[in-house]
Design a protein around this ligand. Structure first.
Ligand code: FAD
Length: 264
């Protein structure tokens, strides 16, 4: 690991100021993704800008029919929050299944979205729930946020500050976890919302993606039996060393049925 300067600004504006015009600077939240990457020398930031001292960035609150979760809320905070459990229990359950207790106590919602790992769990939630990602300068609909493998719509000096989740009628997440890392080999989040059914798959592709054909089928009949074989196409999934596209597509179909069942 290379040496770096460490900064702990007290406000989002100060953090942005550290990032602006400094290509070598990286934000640090829980460090659960960035530090492993640095240890492998795959990232060599000259400056780490910690969000830890910025007050209020981990707040979780209900705002009418929207649940607002601050970027610095840890996975454990999301999993155990009374508001999350009451309003979007499927999201609390998703957070409770991330990694292990150490990862959940340090890792954050904003860090997960900043990293945009294609096997991370939150991307399925923000897409299926039709969330909006708030940053220091704008709001980004989840549908526009993930742009590719570890790629997002964020500018290099942009900071996620919170995620706004519209409260669905029902939602659930089903994950087939990698036995070693607990990352999703495939995870599927299903949400029944006022505007229809939304389904998002993580783990199977180069980024999380929605499944419009399946959303239409579940809009007409919200039952596990309405998820047909082949609901997720092999064309949408990656080919990797761990599993064939056929296996991943089939697994996504099975996880979709389980998620719908869990909603009932
Ligand atoms: C053993 C292990 C198992 C894991 N298992 C899972 C799992 O099952 N499911 C899962 O989803 N994840 C898993 N993770 C990843 C974990 O959830 C990470 O915590 C998360 O992906 C990153 O969050 P962080 O707060 O640690 O971010 P950091 O590591 O601090 O940062 C990650 C990246 O996001 C950027 N960033 C941080 N905060 C912000 C922000 N507010 N705005 C913009 N960019 C930001 C950073 O600059 C960096 O590039 C696992 C990690 C480990 C080590």
């Amino acid at each position: 690991m290379k040496g770096f300067d460490f900064h702990r600004p007290a406000s989002v504006a100060d953090a942005v100021a550290f990032l602006k015009g400094n290509d070598g600077a990286k934000l640090l939240a829980g460090g659960q993704s960035l530090l492993p990457v640095m240890k492998l020398d795959l990232a060599q930031p000259t400056d780490l800008v910690s969000l830890a001292k910025i007050a209020g960035l981990d707040e979780i609150r209900a705002e009418g029919d929207t649940l607002v979760i601050g970027a610095l809320a840890t996975h454990d905070q999301v999993a155990t929050s009374a508001d999350v459990k009451r309003l979007i229990p499927g999201l609390a359950k998703l957070a409770a299944g991330i990694g292990d207790p150490q990862v959940r106590n340090r890792g954050t919602l904003g860090g997960s979205l900043g990293h945009a790992d294609p096997a991370a769990d939150y991307p399925a939630a923000v897409l299926a729930l039709g969330a909006t990602i708030a940053t220091d300068r704008r709001t980004i609909p989840a549908d526009d946020y993930f742009t590719g493998l570890f790629q997002t719509a964020l500018a290099a000096d942009e900071i996620v500050t919170a995620v706004h989740f519209p409260v669905p009628k029902r939602s659930a997440y089903a994950k087939f976890a990698h036995p070693a890392s607990k990352y999703a080999l495939v995870g599927v989040m299903v949400a029944k919302t006022g505007g229809g059914v939304r389904v998002a798959v993580t783990g199977a592709g180069s980024k999380a993606f929605r499944v419009p054909g399946l959303e239409a089928a579940l809009g007409a009949d919200f039952t596990p039996d309405a998820v047909p074989d082949g609901a997720v196409s092999t064309a949408d999934v990656r080919s990797g060393s761990e599993a064939s596209p056929e296996y991943l597509a089939h697994l996504a179909t099975v996880m979709a049925r389980r998620a719908v069942q869990a909603c009932l």
